[in-house]
Design a protein around this ligand. Structure first.
Ligand code: URA
Length: 262
């Protein structure tokens, strides 16, 4: 029983919705089968339209009012506009050095981040640390955040609506940290921040100038360490991205600010 409950929890089933059990197999067998749709009607059916109706005015106002990262975290904790908060253990707002000139933006907290309350502390985070170490960086020289600060149940991708509802806070977080260099980790933050539909294997390693809330920075997408754990052969590409990051640091950040050797 405990093992079954643990498995449910890992899969994101953490909410009881009824007092009595329901046999949904029996219900679906008893239900009349839907009539097949004639081919012509199927073709004429409208395409699925995704409408994002989140009212972001509250999020914008709360984020804009925060004058410090601590205030921003408090504002985000009080914000009820993202349903992920209801099922997460706690917020995983940031990790690393708020004074850093390099900011990394990931996708969303996983189970370990949800437990500890910081981004990138699980297995993927440990690999990220090794990637950073390969070019002389560690957490004292970078600042980490995610597109959404609450864990999506079962480690699914955050939905476009969930991303949108947290975006004013992330944008303010970037504005307050004001990094010279921003690295998007994996597909989700890359597509959202670069406003592209291209996949990460195409966009990785390419530098662009990115402006967020008036703050201009150099930005590059790289592969997500969770992907590298599943596809170790892709580490060669990630290594190229790290070398490119090192070169960009040398170009855009003065020696005193970067402290790559110390
Ligand atoms: N993956 C992410 O994108 N972010 C984390 O914080 C952990 C894993």
């Amino acid at each position: 029983m405990l093992a079954a409950l643990d498995w449910y929890r890992a899969a994101g089933v953490d909410l009881a919705v009824g007092e009595a059990p329901v046999d949904r197999f029996a219900a679906s067998q008893a239900a009349p089968r839907p009539k097949p749709i004639p081919a012509a009607a199927a073709v004429a059916a409208p395409a699925t339209v995704v409408t994002l109706e989140t009212d972001l005015s509250q999020a914008h106002a709360l984020a804009a009012a925060a004058q410090t990262l601590d205030e921003l975290k408090v504002a985000l904790q009080a914000y009820d506009g993202c349903a992920l908060k209801l099922r997460a253990t706690q917020i995983a707002f940031s990790d690393g050095n708020p004074e850093a000139e390099i900011m990394l933006v990931g996708e969303a907290p996983g189970a370990e981040e949800d437990r500890v309350g910081k981004p990138f502390v699980g297995k993927a985070g440990q690999l990220l640390d090794r990637m950073l170490a390969s070019i002389g960086l560690d957490r004292s020289k970078v600042y980490n955040a995610n597109m959404v600060p609450w864990r999506p149940p079962g480690n699914r991708e955050p939905s476009p609506q969930e991303i949108l509802s947290c975006q004013p806070f992330l944008f303010r977080q970037i504005e307050l940290v004001a990094p010279k260099i921003l690295v998007t980790i994996g597909n989700v933050p890359t597509q959202a921040l670069f406003q592209t539909k291209s996949g990460i294997t195409r966009t990785r390693g390419q530098w662009r100038e990115l402006t967020i809330n008036g703050h201009v920075m150099q930005a590059m997408p790289t592969l997500h360490p969770a992907y590298l754990l599943r596809q170790p052969a892709a580490k060669a590409q990630a290594w190229r991205d790290m070398l490119s990051l090192k070169a960009a640091i040398e170009k855009h950040i003065s020696a005193g600010e970067r402290r790559l050797d110390g």
